[in-house]
Design a protein around this ligand. Structure first.
Ligand SMILES: [Zn+2]
Length: 337
């Protein structure tokens, strides 16, 4: 939220797990710009339906229940308000909500703030008009003090808009101090420890001193944490946050969720996206050469019984022929000679 009112920052990227307050941040930015710095704003949701739902369920209650905002945006149900669910006027600006699947709603009037929620769930193209995020950004080109907000839980690594945007940002991570040794660290799932079949024993192990933190200690160290940029970028601030930082969740629940999710690739993928806030890399997309190399073994000169077929490849060099004979078994297992 501070980054949104920092004049040196134009684009704010938030890649996070689900349920850590992303949409609340988006709403607060809107509230600030209704009350303190009135501006025209565009909010993009994945679909027009979701834009309606967000406006009714999230925006309307904030405008109704926040004392400083009361009366600034007229209720659409009021007579002559001129306001609708998707377009609300207030003194000095307006809030327009639209769907990334609807090119006509994206091509609306000029706006100073463009807030794109759940960008990894946008269609590749808005109708035949092209990338919805680029279309939305164009609405702000005439404002020198424009702000672009991109928010999302990531999906697939191969086509994650939010990860691409985060990679181009200054990549901020939240460092928290160990209450025992003071070491500042980014919370990682690999540091979560538990006894087999006993999620209730879950604790966080400090990456430096190894002391196990209770959940209360984890929350206390988060309160003393700070954002640290790990890259440089002109005017793009990027933030990553996983559910390990959530003050609402606890490690035991996280472990239970993980043990259930890891039974199936499809559910593990959802867990990686929504709990770790990381994009999912499809297995088979990338092969770890070291892991493959570790499976090598010396088998002597005999053709092992698992071999179903032999192939020979010959490479003609200037002074010799290099021959490799390979035995092939099931699942592409191979024996080379
Ligand atoms: Zn420590």
């Amino acid at each position: 939220m501070d980054a949104f009112s920092d004049p040196n920052i134009e684009t704010v990227v938030i890649m996070s797990s689900a349920q850590v307050g992303k949409t609340e941040i988006l709403n607060n930015v809107i509230g600030y710009h209704v009350s303190q710095d009135p501006s025209p704003m565009l909010v993009v949701q994945p679909t027009l339906d979701m834009a309606q739902t967000w406006s009714k369920d999230r925006l309307a209650p904030m405008l109704r229940d926040t004392p400083i905002l009361q009366g600034l945006v007229k209720d659409p149900r009021a007579r002559d308000s001129g306001n609708t669910t998707l377009h609300k006027i207030f003194p000095g600006g307006h809030i327009t909500a639209c769907g990334a699947n609807s090119p006509s709603s994206l091509a609306s009037r000029p706006v100073r703030l463009v807030l794109c929620d759940e960008v990894d769930r946008y269609p590749v193209s808005a109708g035949s008009e092209g990338d919805p995020v680029s279309l939305a950004r164009k609405r702000a080109t005439t404002f020198w003090n424009r702000k672009i907000g991109l928010f999302s839980t990531p999906t697939n690594k191969a086509n994650s808009r939010i990860e691409t945007a985060f990679e181009e940002s200054d990549k901020r991570f939240f460092y928290v101090p160990c209450l025992h040794c003071g070491h500042k660290q980014v919370l990682k799932w690999a540091q979560v420890r538990w006894e087999p079949e006993q999620p209730e024993t879950a604790a966080y192990a400090c990456a430096e001193c190894g002391t196990l933190w209770t959940d209360a200690e984890r929350v206390r160290s988060i309160r003393q944490g700070e954002w640290v940029a790990t890259s440089t970028s002109r005017r793009v601030a990027g933030f990553h946050l996983s559910a390990l930082y959530s003050p609402w969740g606890n490690l035991e629940a996280g472990v239970i969720e993980f043990l259930e999710a890891k039974k199936q690739p499809a559910t593990l993928r959802v867990w990686v996206n929504t709990f770790l806030g990381e994009p999912w890399e499809e297995q088979g997309d990338a092969v770890d050469d070291y892991a493959v190399a570790e499976h090598r073994e010396d088998w002597g000169e005999m053709v092992p019984k698992e071999v179903l077929m032999l192939t020979a490849g010959v490479d003609v060099q200037d002074d010799r022929l290099e021959v490799e004979i390979v035995g092939w078994g099931r699942d592409e297992e191979s024996w080379s000679h």
